[in-house]
Ligand binder design. Sequence first.
Ligand code: ADP
Length: 202
Amino acid sequence: MAGPVGSVGDSRAKSAATKMKLLFIGPPGAGKGTQAGNVAGRLGIPHISTGEMFRDHVERGTDLGKRVEAIMAAGDYVPDEVTVAMLNERVAADDARDGFILDGFPRTEAQVESLDRLLGDQGLDEVVVLDVDEDTLTERLLTRGRADDNEETIRNRFKVYLEQTQPLIDLYDERGLTVHVDGNGDVEEVTERILGILVDRP
Ligand code: ADP
C-alpha cells in the first residue's frame, strides 16, 4: 500500500534508507511487528523478526520449533545462543546486505554484544523506540489472540521485558542512536510518524 505520502515520499524514504540498519524496540504490544513491517515495506529493506521466525519454526514443527514452543508459550526468552545463531544466519542473507529492520532482537545484553560483533564498526544506524501507554499495551495484546497472548503469559512477558530488554534502551540512548516515537494512535498514523522522523534525520 502506498499510503498518504505517495510515490514522491516513498522514493525520498527509499534513498534515505539506503544501507539503513534499524532496530525497532518497545514493550510487548507496542506495535513493533506491525510498524517494522510497514516501514520495511516502504523503505524496501527486509523486516527481520525473531519472534516471527520462531513462530514459523513452531508451525512447521522443525527441531528448533519443538525446542522453543513451550518457552514462547510461557512468555520467557529463548536462550541467547539459539536466538543468536538464527539471527546471524538471517542477517548474512543476500537481501539484508543493503540494510534491514530488526524487530525483537536484541532483547538481552548478551544479544547486544553479539550484534555489535556481527555488525562491526559501523553498527546500527538508528534505534526506533515505540512508546505506548500501558493500558493500550494490555488491551492490544488481549484482543490480538496470539497463542502467547493470554493474561498469565502477558504478565510474564512484561516482567521479562522490564528486567532484560528495557535497560537496552538506555544503552542505545547513551550511544546517541535512539529516536523515541509516540506509538499511540492509528497504525497508519504511527507509520507516517516513524517515516517522517527517519527521512528528516541527516
Ligand atoms: P512481542 O513483540 O509481542 O513481544 P515477538 O513476536 O517479538 O513478540 O516474540 C515472541 C516470543 O518469541 C518472545 O516472547 C520470546 O519467547 C521469543 N523471542 C523473540 N525474539 C527473541 C529474542 N531476541 N530473544 C529471546 N527470545 C525471543
